[in-house]
Design a protein around this ligand. Structure first.
Ligand code: PEP
Ligand code: MG
Length: 585
């Protein structure tokens, strides 16, 4: 038995068999192949090699036509290597004699060869080493492309182990088969973690090198409340985890029973509790958990889960579906926040050196106007069917906001001319998630009808800490006095202009922050639907005087550890029956 500690990002305890996803460039998982299926493994390898040769043949023909015979010679060399029995024979032997899977055997043999070429020292041999790395990736790509079908064959329950999962890969996991996941990389507010919480799948990220330590099929326990992953747990550990799971599920059941009660403090202050969603169907979870509506609809997931660019009707249908499910409750639609960690393969452009500071969110939309206008048309059309607000992400300057509003006005005029109905009084807001917007909140507040504070990004940009990088995860915290100072000044600007200023970043759903946020003046919080019952319970257990006193006390602290300790202590006083809890960001 071995225990690995990571970052707990999505609660719950699950036991299952490891399903290791490899990444061609990162780590090739090792699996043991049964004696009687080793021949099939050789066939699998040979098919992959033949497929790769087929691709190379086609590329050679094309290159010869377009660039001439000289340029196409490189493919001759590659094809020759792949047909060379002295290269493939040791791989076959490794599969037959050791029982290694084809990917692992191939990677080992190719890497030995690379080392040999590199050791020869001359530029020509170094180039040959690069050719072999290229070939390795090509054949591994063929072999690992079978992941999807392996996943389809899974009998479940399985726990995915991977170096990293993209948000769209996480969104595509089938919760009927995949009961949890753990990754080497990631942080509490990375989008993959947010998706795990939305799917209700326990997850632990930032496990540094778990994908190297777990083999396919090994038994695992994942504890998404404490951040532990146990490999090959002994009987005592399994019993303990089962006990923990029962405790947590009965605590959550008790919370769910109170979900429909009003979110009102002991002294009668009503707090609006909204849900964050990625897909329209999640509206049901918002309502089941006692939410008053949707405060953040991350519409980019329409792109992330679709093989081609969504049409205006695809957008419209999704919004209309959400509106119907909400049945009169409000829906805040955020325009697409693509870029940074949220790209689809089809949209991936030249890699940016610093994508989180690059062409993402509203910047991406302003550079892709036809796509942006398509979405705006759909939002406007849907706005005639229920209470809809539109919100722009990552706005960082006033001219950017004005340009965005001009485009929205153009689209409104187009619809007018076409005689298409929409809400002419549609509320227009921006997310405050960049320090420049927080600092200029006063000016912004005169040009929009609401703000929504996106602390996930605001924390990363204020503290210069990547929200998805496990190596600096200890530096990423909403308890930072600098972040809290910015939040306070945004709230002040919102109050002065009389505009709503909710928070929709992950701290809105962290019970340890609830009293502080109320004390700072927040009256609307938007969070992952499953977090709603716990936050409502905290709200119903406190009075505003205590919250405001806490906010003043926290305001006098100059370190995040003081803030964090104080918030945890206060929460413990009112929430003593909670059996555990996720880390406080
Ligand atoms: C945020 O940044 O706080 C936010 C809610 O947006 P996202 O997590 O989608 O970046
Ligand atoms: Mg954001």
């Amino acid at each position: 038995m071995k225990v690995i500690k990571g970052i707990a990002v999505s609660p719950g305890v699950e036991i299952g068999q490891a399903f290791v996803l490899g990444e061609v460039e990162q780590h090739v998982p090792r699996r043991v192949i049964d004696l009687h299926t080793r021949d099939q493994e050789i066939t699998r390898l040979e098919t992959a090699v033949q497929d790769a040769i087929g691709d190379l043949d086609a590329m050679q023909v094309r290159t010869r036509e377009e660039l001439g015979g000289e340029a196409s010679k490189i493919f001759e060399f590659h094809i020759g290597l792949l047909k060379d029995p002295t290269l493939l024979e040791p791989i076959h032997r490794q599969i037959l004699d050791n029982g290694d899977n084809a990917e692992f055997a191939l990677a080992e043999q190719f890497r030995t060869l690379v080392e040999q070429f590199k050791a020869m020292g001359t530029a020509v041999f170094r180039q040959k080493a690069n050719d072999i790395i290229d070939l390795e990736r090509r054949v591994l790509g063929k072999l690992m492309g079978e992941t999807a079908s392996r996943m389809e064959e899974l009998q479940g329950p399985a726990i995915v182990i991977s170096h990293e999962l993209t948000p769209s890969e996480a969104a595509a996991l089938d919760p009927n088969k995949i009961v949890a996941f753990a990754t080497d990389a990631g942080g509490l507010t990375s989008h993959t973690s947010i998706v795990a919480r939305a799917l209700g799948i326990p997850a632990v990220v930032g496990c540094k090198n778990i994908s190297y330590q777990v083999n396919d099929g090994e038994q695992l326990v994942i504890d998404g409340d404490t951040g532990q992953v146990v490999i090959n747990p002994d009987d005592a550990a399994i019993l303990e985890f089962q006990r923990q799971r029962e405790l947590m599920s009965s605590y959550r059941m008790t919370l769910r029973e109170g979900a429909d009660l009003e979110a009102m403090t002991l002294d009668g202050t009503r707090i609006q509790i909204l849900g964050n969603i990625e897909f329209p169907r999640e509206v049901d979870a918002v309502l089941d958990n006692g939410g008053d509506g949707v405060g953040l609809y991350r519409t980019e997931y329409l792109y992330l889960t679709s093989p081609s660019e969504p049409t205006e009707d695809d957008h419209y249908r999704a919004y209309s579906d959400a509106i119907k499910r909400l049945d009169g409750k409000p829906l805040t639609i955020r325009t697409v926040d693509l870029g940074a960690d949220k790209y689809t393969q089809e949209r991936a452009e030249e890699p940016e050196r610093n994508p989180f500071l690059g062409c993402r969110s509203i910047r991406y939309c302003l550079q892709n106007l036809p796509m942006f206008k398509t979405q705006l048309r759909a939002i406007l059309r849907a706005s005639s069917e229920g209470p809809v607000k539109v919100m722009f992400p990552l706005v960082s300057t006033i001219p950017e906001l004005r340009q965005t509003r001009m485009i929205l006005n153009d689209v409104m005029e187009e619809l007018e001319e076409e005689g298409i109905d929409f809400d002419r009084e549609l509320s227009i807001g921006i997310m405050i998630e960049v320090p420049s917007a927080a600092l200029m909140a006063r000016v912004f507040s005169e040009e929009v009808s609401f703000f929504s504070i996106g602390t996930n990004d605001l924390i990363q940009y204020t503290l210069a800490v990547d929200r998805g990088n496990e190596r600096v995860a200890n530096l990423y915290t909403g308890a930072s006095p600098a972040v809290l100072t910015l939040i306070k000044s945004v709230l002040r600007a919102g109050r002065r202009s009389g505009i709503d200023t909710p928070i929709c970043g992950e701290i809105a759903g962290e019970a340890a922050f609830t009293m502080l946020l109320l004390g700072l003046g927040l009256r609307t919080l938007s969070m992952v639907p499953t977090q709603i019952p716990e936050i409502k319970k905290v709200i119903r257990s406190v009075d505003m005087d205590t919250c405001e006193r806490l906010a003043r006390k926290v305001g006098s602290f100059d370190s995040e550890s003081q803030v964090r300790t104080c918030l945890r202590d206060e929460l413990r006083k009112i929430n003593s029956d909670s059996p555990g809890g996720r880390a406080t960001s």
